[in-house]
Design a protein around this ligand. Structure first.
Ligand code: HEM
Length: 124
């Protein structure tokens, strides 16, 4: 099993929900990120929540609603350079710090987010 798929069982749905809530508060507070998103952040928050539930080993509602994630392709419409990746990662790591997680699960999640965020870069 992919190690990331043990995360849901370890931390549960409520902490994934909290993480995503914190993340979008960070997005709201960061003009560089905020300008990429539509005015209403709720649908984006729900998509990220359902996506993370799925990749962390929980219910696959995300794919039932959205189909195959094809995450890199879905991000092509925004110019994501290393500075934008850093904004995203900082927002996520700040949010992660607000949860009270065991160090090993926190590190696993950091590893996941950093890996995927690097993969989203589509611009120099
Ligand atoms: C690296 C910098 C990144 C930027 C600037 C970025 C930005 C965005 C934006 C603007 C949206 C559109 C939200 C909406 O209107 O619905 C989006 C969607 C999404 N992002 Fe990112 N993102 C980044 C990285 C990531 C990473 C690392 C993940 C996963 C770990 C991720 C997961 C998602 C998901 C699941 C969606 C919804 C896709 C869909 O079903 O349409 N993003 N992102």
């Amino acid at each position: 099993m992919n190690p990331f798929q043990s995360i849901y069982e370890t931390i549960g749905e409520s902490q994934i929900k909290e993480l995503v809530r914190y993340f979008y508060l960070e997005v709201e507070a960061n003009p560089s990120l905020r300008k990429l998103y539509p005015e209403n952040l709720e649908p984006a928050e729900r998509k990220l929540f359902l996506f993370l539930l799925q990749v962390f080993g929980g219910p696959s509602t995300y794919s039932a609603e959205r189909g195959h994630p094809r995450l890199r392709m879905r991000h092509f419409e925004w110019k994501i350079d290393s500075a934008m990746r850093d904004h995203w990662i900082n927002a996520m790591l700040t949010s992660l710090d607000k949860l009270k997680l065991e160090q090993n699960v926190k590190e696993l999640m950091m590893q996941y987010f950093i890996q995927v965020a690097n993969h989203m870069i589509n611009h120099e």
